[in-house]
Design a protein around this ligand. Structure first.
Ligand SMILES: [Zn+2]
Length: 443
């Protein structure tokens, strides 16, 4: 990750999709919270309904929970709609088209409770994965990653020129040199950008800023704690880490220069060595990151490795901030357990305190630059909770359900496959969250 400016994390993660076996899903888990209530006739008149998703023997509650969650995200639905309208060749984007139709259907107002099977999405994903989506080793987060990898692949495909004569598209692609400008335009609302910068603990040299894209962030939970606030997890994620064996370019130049000067004390014909000394002195005075290996006539650069600090921050927040909590604890004996640490999350979060806000960008490059100060940020970046995926049960068996915010209401839907129930926010906030979806409040 340190060498490339833009790395799509999800692509790396999803290649492991067939290997990881996180939470198993049992075929028929009884829904303990399902109750039959007596509804008064007045309530019946004002009562609204939403679609449930049938889990027809295929054991696809993990898929149903992800679809219900995504259905709560207005900006994501808008993005899909734009994709479907602007690029009408359906055969090239089966997942985008199927997902768009399914999420729109899940938002249709109903006068009575109904359910359907998300067949279109299942087929499109299965064709993409060349395998069945109904196996037991499926997990909502893996499915989410695979879904976004598929959407990304379809997006890349539609950007590719159809032939060498598609000069308009080739010209457009050539013009998009700046990856970050390209990133900001026409992006998936779940896609964000993190920035990080490494600093040598010995000499204080700050390396250049690097960027990494993400569709969701995955945070491991501390083991042995009954609960942890989301704020603490986000501060730890977007904070300072330490790297051993960091190859510091500044320390390397200083050490190489010292070696040359020692040789010069005894060297008679010093022409080439003197050249090398001047090259290194110039690099130290101007830019230590310049590649000078071609300019050195006699000397080989010494590589000095020190401990370094790495500061990570959100450089560009997505419109939808999706967080996954990694709840698997692996023991050396081969056993895996579910970490039941409860994340204390709230209805809204202000992401301003976790973003770089120009702090990393404005940091001076070079020796003596301070990399450890707090960024001074102003303003707000408020995100509102839209859906929560919960895994019930232990590591070996269980069931995925979703809580989804009800449109134009303070109430929520509790969706367990085809079983739909209206609940209060308090119940949602009390759950052991597996994935959270926050959407930016438009100001
Ligand atoms: Zn250094």
């Amino acid at each position: 990750m340190e060498t490339s400016n833009l790395v799509t994390v999800s692509l790396v993660v999803t290649t492991a999709i067939l290997i990881i076996t996180p939470f198993f899903v049992t075929p028929k888990v009884k829904d303990s919270k399902r109750k039959k209530k007596n509804i008064s006739s007045k309530e019946k008149e004002t009562k609204t309904y939403t679609f449930g998703l049938i889990n027809q023997g295929n054991n696809i509650c993990f898929l149903n929970s992800v679809l219900q969650s995504l259905a709560s995200l207005k900006s994501f639905r808008k993005y899909l709609e734009k994709k479907v309208e602007n690029e009408p060749i359906i055969a090239e984007r089966p997942v985008t088209v199927a997902l768009h139709a399914t999420l729109e259907r899940l938002n249709e107002p109903l006068t009575k409770q109904q359910s359907f099977i998300a067949t279109d999405v299942v087929w499109a994903l299965q064709a993409n994965a060349r395998r069945l989506i109904n196996r037991q080793q499926q997990d909502a987060h893996e499915l989410f990653q695979f879904l976004f990898q598929s959407l990304g692949a379809e997006e890349d495909h539609s950007r590719r020129p159809k032939s060498l004569f598609d000069s308009e598209l080739i010209r457009k692609m050539a013009a998009k040199i700046d990856k970050i400008t390209n990133f900001v335009n026409d992006r998936n609302p779940l896609r964000g950008l993190t920035a990080y910068r490494v600093s040598c603990m010995k000499c204080g040299y700050c390396g250049p800023i690097r960027h990494t894209t993400f569709d969701n962030i995955s945070i491991p939970l501390p083991s042995g704690l009954p609960s942890v606030p989301l704020d603490v997890l986000l501060r730890t994620y977007a904070g300072t880490d330490f790297i051993d064996e960091y190859n510091c370019p500044h320390c390397s130049l200083v050490e190489t220069l010292a070696a040359i000067e020692k040789k010069l004390e005894v060297e008679k014909d010093a022409g080439k060595l003197e050249n090398d000394r001047q090259v290194i002195k110039k690099a130290l005075a101007t830019d230590v990151d310049t590649d000078i290996s071609g300019l050195l006539q006699l000397t080989k650069l010494v590589h000095v490795k020190n401990t370094a600090s790495k500061v990570t921050m959100f450089a560009k927040l997505p419109d939808v901030f999706s967080i996954h909590f990694s709840r698997s604890i692996y023991y050396q004996s081969g056993f895996t357990f579910k970490n039941s640490c409860k994340v204390k999350f709230s209805e809204t979060i202000d992401m301003m305190k976790y973003i770089s806000g120009g702090y990393l960008a404005n940091m001076p490059t070079g020796v003596g630059a301070s990399c450890g100060e707090d960024p001074s940020v102003e303003g707000e970046n408020i995100y509102k909770l839209k859906s929560v995926i919960v895994h019930q049960g232990d590591h070996k068996s269980g069931h995925f359900i979703t809580y989804r915010r009800k449109e134009e209401s303070d109430n929520w839907w509790r969706l367990s496959d085809e079983y739909v129930e209206e609940v209060k926010l308090k119940q949602v906030l009390n759950e052991e969250a597996y994935m959270l979806f926050y959407e930016k409040v438009q100001q």
